[in-house]
Design a protein around this ligand. Structure first.
Ligand code: 59Q
Length: 488
């Protein structure tokens, strides 16, 4: 079929299933995925469900009491897609770049074209600035949006070697015949000069959380779709989310998950787990399984250099009240951060640890009562508590920027004092790690940490238990939910 006839069939998009079917069509057809098309579609829907909620409801939805959903016409999408293609093709003179693969000069040029399309001053931390819809209708993009825009632009120009590289708080591109070249294409944080066009060298990424010590998520085209979907933002206000947008994001992430495209993307697994915690999908495994997959993915593909898999897991366990396992997950997060040097561009992960040490942990220690089963009398919990703080101290050691200050010390003393004095005698402190009586003393501490971090060691059920006839469905809706982090 010519042009977009395959996609056109799905229009007008009137319900979540129409969008899922279109994405499935894109992800399964061998004619290649059109990132700019998908970004425009997702951004158009997000805009209608969060910013401009005054849309007509289709007859079909009105009668069936379906969740409200805008009617998206093909012409709207096609016009924006043509505009993007025109902007890119008219600003990049390909005759100057005869090579088959992208060059650093071309990457810088394309980044400049996206950059040049942005209004001078705008609040870059605002929500809904991550899609090409925002770029094309409002000339605004957040730092993630610029990066994905560059990758989409290279697709329009016919290159297949330029791909998105993602850390936990930054994005850039890899390119070249062997994907061995890298370049900054967007800015990071506030008050930092952008380094667009520069390579991300070994020295820049070594011991630097912003570059995950050289273990970023390097996306396939399908993983770039997963990044687009992860970056969708269902929030209408700080406290109200669009149920329809959240469901669409959840269904698209399950589609990508079932196709294996989240296997190397721990943060997308975490995002899906958070959505499942808010509103579980009948017949799907529980959030804990997804979070375990995320931890195992980071261990298997990224040399366990990522923090978020453990703080996603710890946050969930905390919210469901499993404080022992939450503490273990946070200690594992600390085991990872201790090998990094903290510097001024790492504020996001600093805030993550501040929240755990000065808010979540003190709450845990307040919660635990005099009940003998509680954490206060648990040697392994105490060992994990010490491991958590020891990792933060090691993080600070050798860093150009200090981490700890009096607030940390006050909260440490508060939480420490909550542990019963008798168990403090049972814990042996070894130079390279902390182990309590119960764990075997012969394994070396590295295995010890690995073993402690293996969430499966707690016998977490691998496969979800679905009662044959009845699928247990908990009511969706009002429960404490994960705080949405800034996406880039
Ligand atoms: F519980 C904690 F671990 C977290 N909860 N939400 C977290 N997010 C939410 C979503 N999120 C992400 N989710 C998927 N992919 C990416 S790529 C990226 C860096 C940048 F934006 F490209 F610069 C961020 C990010 C950032 C981290 S961490």
């Amino acid at each position: 079929m010519a042009g977009f006839d395959l996609e056109k069939q799905h229009f007008p998009l009137q319900k979540i299933q129409d969008v899922v079917d279109l994405f499935r069509g894109q992800l399964t057809r061998d004619g290649g995925i059109d990132l700019s098309l998908l970004s425009i579609i997702l951004g158009t829907i997000e805009n209608a469900l969060t910013i401009n909620r005054s849309h007509t409801v289709s007859k079909e939805n009105e009668t069936k009491l379906q969740p409200i959903f805008p009617v998206i016409e093909w012409e709207t999408i096609e016009a924006l897609h043509t505009k993007f293609v025109t902007i890119i093709k008219s600003n990049v003179d390909l005759s100057k770049y005869p090579e088959k693969f992208a060059t650093r000069e071309l990457v810088k040029r394309v980044s400049d074209v996206i950059w040049g399309g942005l209004t001078r001053a705008f609040y870059k931390d605002r929500a809904h600035l991550q899609s090409l819809y925002s770029f094309l209708t409002g000339n605004k993009l957040d730092c993630f949006g610029v990066a994905i825009g560059v990758v989409a632009a290279f697709q329009v120009l016919g290159y297949s070697d330029v791909h998105l590289a993602l850390s936990e708080d930054h994005a850039w591109v890899v390119f070249g015949e062997n994907q061995d070249q890298s370049a900054e294409v967007t800015w990071h944080g506030k008050g930092n000069e952008d380094k667009r066009g520069q390579p991300i060298s070994e020295t820049v990424s070594a011991k630097h959380w912003l570059y995950l010590n050289g273990y970023p998520v390097v996306c396939s085209i399908e993983m770039e779709v997963a990044a687009l979907v992860s970056a969708a933002n269902p929030s209408i206000t700080a406290s109200i989310d669009s149920v329809e947008m959240g469901s669409l994001q959840q269904e698209l992430l399950w589609l990508l998950h079932d196709m294996g495209h989240l296997a190397k993307y721990p943060m997308a697994l975490g995002n899906l787990a958070d959505l499942e915690e808010i509103c579980e999908t009948p017949g799907r495994p529980p959030p804990l399984n997804l979070l375990t997959e995320g931890v195992q993915s980071a261990e298997q593909y990224y040399k366990n250099q990522h923090i978020y898999p453990y703080t996603y897991l710890g946050g969930h366990l905390y919210r469901i009240g499993d404080y022992r396992k939450a503490l273990k997950a946070w200690a594992c997060a600390s085991d990872v951060i201790k090998n990094y040097d903290y510097n001024r561009e790492d504020e996001e992960i600093y805030k993550e640890f501040i929240e755990i040490a000065n808010d979540l942990l003190p709450n845990v220690m307040k919660h635990v009562s005099l009940d003998p089963e509680s954490l206060r009398f648990d040697t392994e919990a105490y060992a994990n508590f010490l491991r958590f703080y020891d990792g933060i101290c090691q993080w600070e050691e050798g860093s150009p920027t200090p981490v700890l200050h009096t607030v940390w010390a006050k909260q440490f003393v508060f939480s420490l004092g909550k542990f019963d004095s008798r168990i403090r005698k049972c814990v042996q402190i070894h130079a390279d790690g902390v182990e309590d009586e119960s764990s075997s003393s012969d394994s070396n501490s590295e295995d010890e940490n690995e073993e402690n971090c293996d969430v499966n060691a707690n016998g977490i059920v691998k496969d979800s238990l679905v009662v044959k006839d009845v699928i247990v469905k908990k009511p969706c809706g009002r429960k404490p939910k994960a705080k949405r982090r800034r996406f880039g």
